[in-house]
Write a protein that binds this ligand. Structure first.
Ligand SMILES: *[C@@H]1O[C@H](CO)[C@@H](O)[C@H](O)[C@H]1NC(C)=O
Ligand SMILES: *[C@@H]1O[C@H](CO)[C@@H](O)[C@H](O)[C@H]1NC(C)=O
Ligand SMILES: [Ca+2]
Ligand SMILES: [Ca+2]
Length: 217
């Protein structure tokens, strides 16, 4: 009798182990898998939340390997600029691009829950696991980074005036070879202040400027 009890006990243990394994397996299918294809010798700047990333990427459906997106052939074939870690791209890509270096290449596998979910989004079908091949070209500190704030804050008083923001925008435009006239910059500055200057005192504090906090991906 006691032997049967013992066997029963073992069987139960076995079930628990199988159960735990299954639960863990289910968990891991909801995770982003990152495979580093190429890592440059020197990593000049790792991608952080709020950074501007410049990248080429191809998207494939995991189930048959068919390609649904290619930045090299889409629109003008230019690599994309986007802000990292703030939902400008699907959640799975924000997670998969974390700490990536300029020049690095990754294969990122994204479960549907962190991509287009149960509904899908044309041309991605429902419940699709996606594979992205990403080549990161440049990482720049984004406009909402502490670095950018400090760069703009010429007199280091921890607040930004309209003039300071305007000067910064002009400098950025010059760096990127974008030609704009004075009224364009005035309009952008007004817009930035209208949306961020909560107490309407004509300056932006760090809090009002909404600097991205630490990475929480
Ligand atoms: C990497 O950085 C070191 C030190 O800055 C430099 O000497 C070396 O040439 C760099 N290598 C590459 C491949 O850029
Ligand atoms: C997608 O997955 C959900 C949850 O597993 C399921 O209820 C739904 O029927 C699936 N949709 C399609 C179109 O396969
Ligand atoms: Ca200032
Ligand atoms: Ca203010």
């Amino acid at each position: 009798m006691s032997e049967r009890l013992f066997l029963y006990f073992i069987l139960c243990l076995h079930f628990i182990v199988v159960f735990i394994t299954l639960v863990c397996a289910t968990d891991s299918t909801d995770e982003v898998q990152i495979e580093v294809i190429y890592l440059p010798e020197n990593c000049t700047q790792k991608a952080r939340k709020g950074d501007l990333l410049h990248a080429h990427y191809d998207g494939y459906l995991a189930k048959d390997g068919s390609q649904f997106y290619c930045s090299r052939s889409a629109k003008d074939g230019q690599p994309h600029w986007f802000v990292h870690g703030v939902g400008e791209v699907i959640k799975g890509l924000d997670i998969g691009l974390k700490d990536m270096c300029p020049g690095e290449k990754r294969k990122i596998t994204v479960p549907p829950s962190l991509a287009f979910g149960e509904k899908g989004k044309d041309p991605v079908p429902p419940n699709a696991t996606l594979i992205f091949k990403v080549e990161l070209l440049h990482v720049r500190r984004g406009p909402r980074s502490m670095e950018a704030f400090n760069e703009m804050d010429h007199n280091n008083d921890r607040t930004l005036t309209k003039e300071e923001v305007k000067e910064h925008l002009k400098m950025e435009a010059k760096k990127l070879n974008v030609q704009k006239d004075e009224s364009y910059f005035d309009a952008v500055v007004s817009d930035v202040f209208r949306r961020n200057d909560e107490d309407a005192d004509g300056t932006l504090t760090i809090k009002e400027y909404n600097v991205y906090e630490h990475d929480e991906l």
